[in-house]
Design a protein around this ligand. Structure first.
Ligand code: NDP
Length: 677
C-alpha cells in the first residue's frame, strides 16, 4: 500500500512532508495511508506572501468581482467533487456524509457568492446601515463603512468536515478581500489538500490568496498582528490554549472560535406519541446521532423530553437505532460509518465513562455490536449509544461533557420552564431545537433560552417537509454560539464577511461621504447632464446627476378622478369633515399613490431610450399631506449604479417631491434597469 505524502502550499509552492511528518490512518482499515507535516513552517514568508501578493490582488477587485470569483470556484469544484468523495471514505464517512461536507461546502460558497452580488455593492466599500444625521442643517453627517482588513486570515479547522469546514470560512474571507492560510486537522487533511489543489489548479484565485499548512502550524500565531484574524473550530481546550497566546492578546488579534457544544433538542409538551411531531422528533434525533457517526459540532447531545414521554422516546429511538447498519462507508447499505480515528474512538469511550457515572446506558454496547463489510477490530467503529439520566438537575457531566461521537443522553422535564432550565445548563450552545406544534411554546423558549444559543430551530408538521434539519448550519444564518460554544459567529450571510473587515465611523460633509462611498447622499453636490437622464445610458449617467422638474398643481378633480378610477375612496381623500377629524390631515388630501404617479409623470422622458424597466422603489415616506391647490415638483438624482448583467445595470435614483413652499412631501429611492449602450 502506498503512503501518500500530503503537501503544504506555501508562498506559491507545494512542499512535501519531511522527517517531522505524522502518520495518518484510514478510519476503516486502520492502515497508514498518508503522512503530513514539516518541522519548519516559514511563518514570516507565508504572512508576507499573503499580505503583499494576495491581499492587494483581492482588494483591487470589487465585492461583485470577488463574488463572481467565488461562484466560478464553487462551480469548478462541483464538476470535480467525485475526487473528494472518493478520498473521504477513508475518513469513515458515508456517501450521505459526503453530501454534507462536499456538496454542503460548495453550496455554502455559492450562497455567499450570491449574497455578495445581491447585498454588497459593486465597489470597494461596504456601507453598514444608513446615513446618520449629525447636524441640524445636514452639512455634517456620518456613515459606518467596512473595508477589508489588510492582514491574513488563519483558518484552523476541525477534523470532521475537511471540505465544508474550509469553504464555509474561505467564502466570507475572500469575499471580504482578505487572503487565507488554511490549517486543516491532520487526521483528515488529505481531503482538504485535494480540495485546495483543485482550487489552485483552477487558476481562478489570484496568487497569494490561499495557502495551506498540513501538519503542525509551528509558531505562525506568534507572527500575527492587529490586521489578522484567527478563525478556529475544534475543541474547547485547544481554543483556550490558542486564544490565550500572549501575542494574540497583546495585538488584539481577532479570534473567532467555534468549539465544544452540548446541543439539545426538546420534545414539546404537546408532541405526545401519535402526533406527527413525536415521530419527527425521533427521526431528527436519530439522524443527528448517526450522521457522520455523531461527529458533528451541531449534533444533539441532550434529548429533553416530558417526563411522561421519556420511556416512549427511548423505545421509539432504540427501534430506529437498532436498524442502523454500521460498517464500511463505501457500502451503500451502510447507514453509519466509522469514527475518524482510533484516538477519537477512545476519546468518545472515555467521555461515555464519565456520562455513565450519572446516566444509565439504555441502548448500544461498545463491546457487542455488528459491523458490516469491515474488520471491527481495525476500524474506529462504535455503535450509537443512548444514555438516560434520571436526575438531570443533580447531574453535571451530562451537561458539560461532549462525547464527540454517536452518543446522546435523554432526560425528562416536569414543565416547560424546567426544560428551558435544562437546555441552558449547556452554558452556551451552537443550536437547540424544539419540536412543537404550539407557537406559544416556541415563543417561551426564545425568551427563556435565546441568550444561551446561537441558533434555535423549531420544527413541526407544517415545516417538516422543507425544514433543513437541527444539525445544518445554513450560510444565510449565523453559526456559532455563546459561552461553551466559543462565543464566536460565522456565516449569517453578509454578517460573516464582516469578521474580516473593519467597521469605521466616517464623519464629514455630504460630499466627503459621497466620495468615500461612491453613492450620492442628500446634501452632496449635484450636476446637470447634457440631456434628460432617461436618455443617458448606464455608463453616461453620472452619480449626482439631477433633474429638477417643473411644477404641477394637484386639483380636487384630480383627487376625485383618481379615487373613482382606482376605487380608493378612503375618507381622507373624499370626506372633508371626516378628514378634518383625523389628526394627520388639514382636510381632504391627495392620495400618496396619486403623488407618486404625478411624480413619474413629471420626471419621465416618454421616448424610447436606455431605461428599460422600473423594478421597484425603496424607503418610501410621505412626509407632508398635499391638498387640492398645492403644487408639487420633483428632484430626481442618480444615487448609485450597479452592474447587473452583461447588458444592463441598476440605477438607484433618489427622488424628492416638494410642494410650492419647497417643503418635502414625499421621498423615496426608485430602481430602474438601464442599458449600458
Ligand atoms: P482539536 O481542538 O484537537 O483540533 C482542532 C484544530 O486545531 C486542528 O486543526 C488541530 O490540528 C489544531 N491544533 C491543535 N493544536 C494546535 C496548536 N497548538 N496550534 C495550532 N493548531 C492546533 O480538535 P479536533 O479536530 O481533533 O477535534 C477534537 C475535539 O474537538 C472533538 O472531540 C470535539 O470534542 C471537538 N470538536 C468540536 C467541534 C465543534 O464545533 N463543536 C467541531 C469539531 C471538533 P491537528 O489536527 O494537526 O492537531
Amino acid at each position: 500500500m502506498t503512503v501518500q505524502d500530503i503537501q503544504s502550499f506555501v508562498t506559491g509552492d507545494w512542499l512535501a512532508p519531511d522527517s517531522a511528518a505524522r502518520d495518518i490512518r484510514d478510519a476503516v482499515t486502520g492502515d497508514v495511508i498518508a503522512r503530513a507535516g514539516r518541522a519548519q513552517v516559514d511563518a514570516s514568508a507565508m504572512i508576507d506572501h499573503a499580505v503583499s501578493v494576495g491581499a492587494p490582488a483581492l482588494r483591487a477587485m470589487t465585492f461583485h468581482d470577488r463574488a463572481r470569483m467565488l461562484k466560478a470556484l464553487a462551480l469548478y469544484l462541483q464538476e470535480r467533487k467525485q475526487l473528494l468523495y472518493d478520498l473521504s471514505f477513508s475518513t469513515g464517512a458515508t456517501q450521505k456524509d459526503h453530501l454534507i461536507d462536499v456538496d454542503g461546502g460548495i453550496g455554502t460558497m455559492l450562497v455567499i457568492a450570491s449574497k455578495g452580488r445581491r447585498e454588497m455593492p459593486d465597489g470597494h466599500v461596504y456601507l453598514d446601515g444608513g446615513l446618520e444625521q449629525l447636524s441640524r442643517k445636514g452639512s455634517f453627517v456620518g456613515q459606518h463603512v467596512c473595508t477589508p482588513l489588510q492582514g491574513v486570515a488563519v483558518h484552523i479547522n476541525a477534523f470532521n468536515f475537511p471540505v465544508w469546514g474550509m469553504l464555509e470560512k474561505l467564502a466570507p474571507t475572500l469575499l471580504a478581500g482578505v487572503p487565507a492560510i488554511v490549517k486543516p486537522a491532520t487526521t483528515t487533511c488529505y481531503v482538504t489538500e485535494a480540495c485546495v489543489r483543485l482550487m489552485v489548479d483552477s487558476g481562478i484565485l489570484p496568487n497569494g490568496t490561499i495557502q495551506l499548512v498540513t501538519g503542525g502550524l509551528g509558531d505562525l500565531l506568534n507572527h500575527l498582528g492587529a490586521q489578522d484574524v484567527v478563525s478556529f473550530t475544534g475543541s474547547a481546550d485547544t481554543a483556550y490554549a490558542l486564544r490565550s497566546a500572549p501575542n494574540l492578546l497583546r495585538n488584539s488579534v481577532r479570534f473567532v472560535a467555534e468549539q465544544d457544544s452540548l446541543n439539545a433538542s426538546i420534545l414539546g409538551p404537546d408532541a405526545v406519541p401519535g402526533t406527527p411531531e413525536f415521530d419527527l422528533f425521533v427521526k431528527e434525533v436519530h439522524r443527528e446521532m448517526t450522521t457522520k457517526a455523531g461527529q458533528k459540532c451541531t449534533a444533539i447531545r441532550r434529548i429533553i423530553a416530558p417526563q411522561a414521554q421519556v420511556d416512549a422516546v427511548i423505545a421509539a429511538l432504540s427501534e430506529r437505532l437498532r436498524d442502523t447498519v454500521i460498517g464500511d462507508p463505501r457500502d451503500p447499505a451502510t447507514r453509519m460509518g466509522a469514527l475518524v480515528s482510533d484516538g477519537q474512538r477512545r476519546d468518545v469511550l472515555a467521555k461515555c465513562a464519565s456520562l455513565g457515572s450519572e446516566a444509565e446506558r439504555v441502548f448500544g454496547d461498545p463491546d457487542a455490536f455488528a459491523v458490516h463489510g469491515a474488520d471491527a477490530s481495525k476500524g474506529a467503529f462504535l455503535p450509537p449509544m443512548l444514555y438516560h439520566c434520571a436526575d438531570p438537575d443533580a447531574a453535571s457531566h451530562v451537561h458539560d461533557t461532549e462525547a464527540f461521537g454517536p452518543v446522546a443522553t435523554i432526560m425528562g422535564y416536569r414543565d416547560l420552564s424546567h426544560a428551558i432550565a435544562l437546555v441552558n445548563r449547556g452554558q452556551g450552545s451552537l443550536v437547540a431545537s424544539v419540536v412543537t406544534n404550539d407557537p406559544e411554546v416556541a415563543r417561551e423558549v426564545v425568551m427563556g433560552a435565546g441568550a444561551f444559543h446561537g441558533r434555535l430551530y423549531f420544527n413541526n408538521r407544517d415545516s417538516m417537509a422543507e425544514a433543513t434539519g437541527h444539525g445544518s448550519p445554513l450560510p444565510h444564518m449565523v453559526h456559532g454560539g455563546p459561552g461553551r460554544a466559543g462565543g464566536g459567529e460565522e456565516l449569517g450571510g453578509v454578517r460573516g464577511v464582516m469578521h474580516y473587515m473593519q467597521r469605521t465611523a466616517v464623519q464629514g460633509s455630504p460630499d466627503v461621504i459621497a466620495a468615500v462611498t461612491g453613492e450620492w447622499v442628500p446634501g452632496a453636490s449635484t450636476s446637470q447632464g447634457p440631456a434628460h437622464p432617461f436618455q443617458r445610458n448606464f455608463d453616461e449617467v453620472q452619480i449626482g446627476e439631477t433633474l429638477h422638474t417643473s411644477e404641477r398643481e394637484v386639483t380636487s378633480e384630480d383627487i376625485e378622478h383618481f379615487a373613482e378610477f382606482t376605487g380608493d375612496t378612503f375618507y381622507a381623500h373624499m370626506d372633508e369633515d371626516a378628514a378634518k377629524r383625523n389628526p394627520f390631515f388639514p382636510g381632504r388630501v391627495a392620495h400618496g399613490y396619486l403623488l407618486l404617479s404625478f411624480a413619474a409623470g413629471l420626471f419621465v422622458d416618454p421616448d424610447e431610450g436606455p431605461v428599460l424597466a422600473n423594478t421597484g422603489l425603496d424607503t418610501l415616506r410621505f412626509q407632508k399631506p398635499v391638498s387640492a391647490g398645492d403644487r408639487i415638483k420633483v428632484q430626481l438624482t442618480v444615487k448609485k449604479k450597479t452592474k447587473r448583467t452583461a447588458d444592463y445595470g441598476e440605477v438607484r435614483w433618489h427622488v424628492i417631491l416638494r410642494n410650492q413652499d419647497d417643503a418635502p412631501v414625499a421621498e423615496y429611492e426608485l430602481l430602474t434597469m438601464n442599458a449600458y449602450t
